[in-house]
Design a protein. Sequence first.
Length: 60
Amino acid sequence: MNRKRVTKILTGFRLDPRLKVLAVEAAGQENRSLSNYIENLIRKDVEARGLLIPEASGKK
C-alpha cells in the first residue's frame, strides 16, 4: 500500500524576529523553505530522541 504524505498547515507559530532572520538564512544555505527547514529540525530532534517510528515502507 502506497500512502500519500499529508501536509498540514500550522498557523499562529511565534518566532523571535531575530531568530526568524537567522533561520531563513540557514534554510537558504540548504536550499530549503523556512517551513521545510523547521520541519527537518523537528524530525532530526525526534529521531535523536527515538520518538520517530519509521513507516512500513522504510521511508521517513
